[in-house]
Design a protein around this ligand. Structure first.
Ligand SMILES: [Zn+2]
Length: 274
């Protein structure tokens, strides 16, 4: 082989390596959003959740609320994020959230960050479970982000059926808990949050931005797409008017800025591009 041939081969090789790296880089930077559907549930006024099948939705007791519970996995270039965690419902002794993660190809220990919008049990219950008096974390390798004021508020709601106090007391002591005190801010380059109040006093929402994609999670201030159709302030919210005003503002922004919106409680569609 002449030197020129050798150099030509080397350039070809180098070019191939670059192409592969570029391909790898390109495939790594596009945001992946996967709904982690824990199930569809009926909910009694005292917040007892019973899982039903999709077929049972039509025949479910009309006096009960029927809703999906759907955390989200968001894979960014440098983080694998879980947005809210579900009820902590188990199937054959195994948390459903772990099972749906594995079905999507993700082991629980790959989750780097968990974001909690608020501490109602259908959002925080999937963080872990009690086993003979010991709290077993489902995502022990993740940083868990939560508003400090929301934690204090929730720990005071001892007679509310919406919170699981036993789990909350464990969450408060977790070594991987990161309590946020600011009402707006960013976490790294791609994640921002805002305390909105509304559903609970210190309820927070999140934006995930990477390349040209903006994913927005309005949690229980925007739990289902149909909430955009009706301008209603719900009595079940701590401040229903604020939640309603947020929804109207976000709908406009979603259209103007082409957001992808995540609906935690929507039975038919959890991820909608505007
Ligand atoms: Zn909820």
């Amino acid at each position: 082989m002449s030197y020129q041939d050798f150099k030509g081969n080397l350039n070809g090789y180098y070019g191939t390596v670059c192409a592969v790296l570029l391909y790898y880089y390109n495939t790594q930077i596009s945001m992946t959003i996967i709904p982690m559907q824990e199930g569809i549930f009926t909910v009694t006024p005292t917040k007892d959740f019973t899982r039903i099948t999709r077929e049972e939705v039509k025949t479910a007791d009309k006096g009960l609320l029927t809703m999906a519970v759907c955390p989200f996995l968001i894979a960014l270039a440098n983080d694998i994020i879980l947005v809210d965690t579900g009820l902590g419902f188990k199937e054959e002794g195994k948390p459903v959230i772990i099972k749906v993660l594995e079905d999507a190809g993700y082991k629980a220990n790959r989750i780097t960050k968990v974001f909690l919008s608020h501490l109602h049990k259908d959002h925080a219950g999937g963080l872990g479970y009690m086993d003979n008096g010991t709290f077993i974390q489902n995502f022990p390798d993740a940083e868990i982000y939560l508003q400090e004021n929301e934690l204090h508020y929730a720990l005071d709601q001892i007679s509310s059926h919406s919170f699981n106090q036993e789990i909350l007391e464990e969450i408060a002591e977790l070594p991987n808990l990161i309590l946020i005190n600011d009402t707006t801010g960013t976490i790294g380059e791609h994640i921002s949050y805002e305390v909105t109040g509304g559903h609970t006093p210190f309820h927070q929402v999140f934006w995930f931005k990477e390349d040209n994609v903006t994913a927005f999670y309005g949690a229980d201030n925007l739990p289902q797409k149909s909430y955009l159709k009706f301008h209603i302030a719900y009595k079940s919210d701590y401040d229903g008017k604020k939640a309603m005003e947020d929804r109207q503002k976000w709908e406009q922004q979603a259209k103007d800025e082409n957001w992808t919106v995540l609906f935690y409680h929507d039975i038919s569609k959890n991820v909608v591009a505007f």
